[in-house]
Design a protein around this ligand. Sequence first.
Ligand SMILES: Nc1nc2c(ncn2[C@@H]2O[C@H](COP(=O)(O)OP(=O)(O)OP(=O)(O)O)[C@@H](O)[C@H]2O)c(=O)[nH]1
Ligand SMILES: [Mg+2]
Length: 469
Amino acid sequence: MIPEFAILGHPNEGKSSVLSTLAEDDSVRVSPIPGETTECRSFPVIIDGREVLRFTDTPGFQNPARVLVELKKRAKESDNPLRDFRTFAATVPELHDDRELLGPVERGAGIIYVVDGSRPVRNVDRAEMEILRLSGKPRMAVINCKEQGNEHLLAWKNEFRKNFNSSRVFNAHRATYAERILLLEALKSIDQDWQGPLSQVVDAFRKDWAARSDATVEIITGLLTDCLSLQLSENIGAGLAVEECRQRLFRTYSETLVQKEKTAHQRIRSLFKHNIFQYALPPHSVLHADLFDERTWQLLGLTKKQVMIAGGLGGAAIGAGLEMATLGHSLGIFTVAGTVAGALGALFGGKTFSGKAELMGIPLGGERVQVGPAKSIDLLFVLLNRSLLYYRHAINWAHGRRDYDKADQPLLMATSRQAFTDRWSAGNIKTCHDFFKNMNKKNNAGDDREKARFRELLRTNLQEISENE
Ligand SMILES: Nc1nc2c(ncn2[C@@H]2O[C@H](COP(=O)(O)OP(=O)(O)OP(=O)(O)O)[C@@H](O)[C@H]2O)c(=O)[nH]1
Ligand SMILES: [Mg+2]
């Protein structure tokens, strides 16, 4: 049997938002106007193609005082007052919502009662809580504070003690994956019969998170491999200037990188079930800047110290990085107008071959220009940091949250560095360096080893990011 929990409460307290975050489903309808939810609707939690849990959204109580009176009346003479009340309410139009919301409870769903803990307890709340207690069903209260401040929390907790098996604070806008798991763990304690099935659910959640992390490692490693080894070339037709061809190639090359990065980020987004198109980034995120925006490279590339470390490791790949740090960052090579092929060449290579162009082995004469594979390790760091930032946004964006709170602007100004790799040890820089250097070596048996080490480094960092929020 699949455990089902109905989310109940007063209108506009954040029931649908809590459900949306719990079920990781951003299709749940949320609105600032009370009375948004008018019918019950179930949202399955699917892991590995199997439904493991179901949450049911319900309308808010409309007439709790009257429902309580009717319920109490029936409790005296019936062994199933809930059913009798619902039969009666079917004939009373103004009790539509109250009848509707008790449907899942009647069929045996567990109760998650949501309140906005930033406001005081009122009598209608007490009536609602008593109705739920009379239902006799396993129940937990969830405090979702819409505003800051906890002066009413104690009063709420006192009420909950009388009427619920357990209570927890869970914020629809800020809850993390770990907090979702904690809430499920707590649900185990409200009814013994659910301990077994819910333990399996919690287990499945944990495995699912690990699988998503592994998939993210693959997406990012794949993106870096693709972008850093990307190589484009073009024959220079008669009458065309070499420089013109090279510029065009640089443009195609950078557009290809942008596209590849976008695809990878979309994949991360779907992995974490964010379907709402263009979900908002924090206003100061450097991700607002394009991949080829100068700020991106200033804030996410190697630090000067790391350039020194990387330089010490030797290899042609590093020369360009140094050049970037000294020349590129100060010259503003990434502004569209100021694109200097020479400087871009330091990053991506831009060779010209004479007389080497050929078609199916037949020399064509003339010249051929080639851009890529990337020469500078800075590209690795920029793409990596941008992916890690994107990952952090994706995992910390609660599904019930539909825009950012004004009071809660989270990240640093885009003028300060936002690179995760800034704190990395020399050993980590070396792992990146070896991965980068081996990427373009053909038939290199060491390639898998370098890649495996890089994957491991990435895995550890994703874990740190998910634990530190
Ligand atoms: N700031 C903040 N706003 C929240 C939070 N939870 C919900 N809200 C907002 O409160 C409003 C109501 O949220 P819903 O989730 O639609 O509430 P509901 O209880 O389902 O409402 P009905 O379906 O109308 O009964 C929306 O504007 C939400 O964005 C929260 O944790 N913090
Ligand atoms: Mg709702």
